[in-house]
Design a protein around this ligand. Structure first.
Ligand code: ZN
Length: 161
């Protein structure tokens, strides 16, 4: 594999990376890192990205603490929705969605809207196990980032919370 920047020969290694997609508690194992010793260029590649994102979305939907602004944004974009789209589905103003996702002094989403967002995320994928009783316990405590370690396995990405 040659470097696209300078044509140098790239080395390949596998690393564990933190704060995937800006989600501070998310650790991903087995990330392929191609590095060019000549110019310092670095390329990351994740195997089976679609399933990685689906696994992450599921873990977010299941976590107990309220979602953080970055997590809300991750789920919204994973669902392929613009702020306007999400606002329409939730019956809120577009500005409200922006305020949920604002990093500085975000507006609390509230348990009802959170449950809806989480259900939308769960609905997008075949999930054997998302007990509805679990919903009683979600978003009942202050926002805290999901802490999860995702590992690439033959059968797909597995999560260790
Ligand atoms: Zn290079």
């Amino acid at each position: 594999m040659k470097c696209l920047q300078c044509g140098g020969k790239m080395t390949v290694r596998h690393e564990t990376r933190r704060a995937y997609a800006g989600l501070e508690g998310v650790i991903i194992e087995g990330v392929q890192v191609r590095h060019c010793p000549e110019c310092g260029e670095e390329e990351l590649s994740y195997s089976n990205v679609e399933q990685l994102h689906a696994q992450l979305a599921l873990q977010l939907a299941r976590k107990e603490a309220a979602l953080t602004p970055r997590e809300i944004r991750f789920l919204r974009t994973w669902l392929g929705l613009s702020s306007t789209d999400l606002a329409k589905r939730m019956g809120v103003a577009k500005e409200t969605v922006s305020r949920w996702e604002r990093l500085d002094k975000p507006l609390s989403m509230g348990a009802t809207a959170e449950r809806l967002l989480r259900l939308m995320a769960v609905h997008e994928q075949p999930v054997e196990e998302y007990p509805l009783e679990q919903l009683e316990h979600v978003a009942t405590s202050k926002p805290a980032p999901l802490r999860v370690r995702l590992k690439p396995r033959k059968q797909g990405w597995t999560a260790e919370v």
